[in-house]
Design a protein around this ligand. Structure first.
Ligand SMILES: [Zn+2]
Length: 438
């Protein structure tokens, strides 16, 4: 296939864009150039008047929470969890999980996100992987582990050994499935929900198989203080003592860090998921992105859960990442080209996805084609500024994952969108009624 006639942002070099074409062979990019004549019999995807860039990567989402969207507003993290999210997750059956995952993944793909690291819930993780397999996203996910109280419903608190054993089975089943698009991540929820035995078991399990470790850290002031009371140290330091840190670890948030924790994250090579939309919504605070980057810490972006954002749009996160830090660091805090890097190859590196996130020969063919359908992207100018500050999901015209076109002319090809919406609404109503929310 040839993607023809667009303005390319390969993101191999900061600030570089040019008119050109991209050729794919199987699931890889074979050529990137200024004028590639179509070959005989080659399919052509029209990208005239469009930007062509690597597919977006989100380093922290919870598609399973999609049915609770717009029903958990006006709360800070610990109340949001105990009053809304945990009861919601405990109320889900497998059909609810499937409907939530399909809604979330459809939103991600049609919004240009081609890869994501996701955290599931305690049960029905197979349904999340099935949705990802069918809809065609590159997806890393894992069941969420909790074995300690803090007001969580009984259905979510599991026996430590049984919970980890289930994760191992899930990982054996799904890691590498979907032609290599799907991977497993071991996902204890956060320190306050997990015994040290669970955390250590999660580390051993992940390292035994080479799977990612994924958890939440230092998101909320009260959470961080409770961890300090319990352990005597900062959250990141405590996790590191348990073995949760390093190139295979992704910590969501990292807002309330001790001074020495920046150096610790850099030293260990731990990845951080920056989620400004959710952090503002839950009044959690602002992670110091310029400082994280200056310390040499690997960072990506993520929308987090639909009930704490309330969208899974990388454009929302990019616009925030490109503006929010001006408050503390001045108007040049994070330039739009750096934001695009965070949303593509830097995010992919955090997830351990090799050769994902740039338009370069040999790299995996995960690509988005953006039209100027968002009025704010007109009348052109710097392409990164147009996308980061002016873009939105409505600009996403075509999406390719692993060489397959999954969105063409803004239409999802891998699932029936009317059915996805209908099922999500029906199931969301059912869950809300069960919980006495309506
Ligand atoms: Zn989260």
């Amino acid at each position: 296939m040839l993607i023809q006639g667009g303005t390319l942002l390969p993101l191999t070099e900061k600030g570089r864009s040019f008119a050109g074409d991209v050729r794919l062979a199987g699931n890889r990019i074979s050529e990137v150039g200024e004028h590639l004549p179509p070959q005989r019999g080659e399919a052509v995807l029209d990208a005239r008047d469009c930007y062509v860039l690597p597919g977006f990567v989100q380093t922290h989402v919870h598609v399973v929470q999609s049915l609770a969207r717009h029903r958990a507003d006006g709360l800070e993290l610990l109340d949001w969890l105990s009053q809304r999210i945990w009861p919601y997750e405990a109320a889900l059956d497998v059909e609810d999980v499937a409907a939530a995952a399909r809604l979330g993944i459809a939103e991600l793909l049609t919004g240009g996100t081609t890869s994501a690291l996701d955290m599931g819930t305690t049960h029905s993780q197979d349904a999340i992987f099935q949705a990802a397999e069918q809809l065609g996203i590159r997806f890393i996910s894992g069941k969420c582990h909790m074995d300690d109280g803090l007001g969580a419903p009984e259905r979510l608190c599991e026996d430590t050994g049984a919970s980890l054993a289930e994760a191992e089975e899930l990982g054996r089943r799904w890691h590498g499935a979907g032609g290599g698009r799907l991977r497993y991540a071991v996902a204890p929820r956060f320190v306050l929900s997990c015994t040290p035995a669970l955390m250590k078991g999660a580390v051993a399990l992940a390292r035994r198989h080479g799977w990612l470790l994924h958890t939440h850290t230092s998101e909320n002031h009260r959470e961080t203080e409770l961890v300090r009371q319990r352990t005597g140290t900062g959250n990141v330091t405590y996790l590191s003592e348990l073995g949760i840190g390093g190139q295979d670890t992704v910590l969501a948030h990292c807002i309330h860090l001790d001074e020495d924790e920046y150096a610790l994250l850099a030293e260990e090579g731990t990845g951080v998921a920056h989620c400004p939309g959710a952090n503002l919504k839950l009044a959690s605070g602002v992670a110091d992105l310029p400082r994280l980057l200056a310390a040499g810490i690997r960072v990506g972006l993520g929308a987090d859960g639909p009930p704490c954002n309330n969208r899974l749009s990388i454009f929302h996160e990019m616009a925030l990442a490109g503006t929010l830090h001006n408050l503390r660091h001045g108007a040049t805090a994070i330039d739009p080209w750096t934001v695009l890097e965070l949303a593509t190859w830097r995010g992919a590196q955090v997830l351990g996805l090799e050769q994902v996130g740039q338009l370069a020969p040999g790299w995996l063919a995960d690509i988005v084609v953006l039209g100027h359908d968002a009025w704010a992207m007109e009348p052109g100018g710097d392409p990164a500024a147009a996308i980061v500050f002016g873009g939105g999901p409505e600009a996403v015209r075509h999406v390719i994952v692993d060489g397959q076109v999954v969105v063409r002319d803004r239409r999802l090809l891998t699932g029936d969108t009317a059915e996805i919406r209908r099922r999500a609404r029906t199931r969301a109503q059912r869950v809300a009624a069960k919980l006495g929310w309506i």
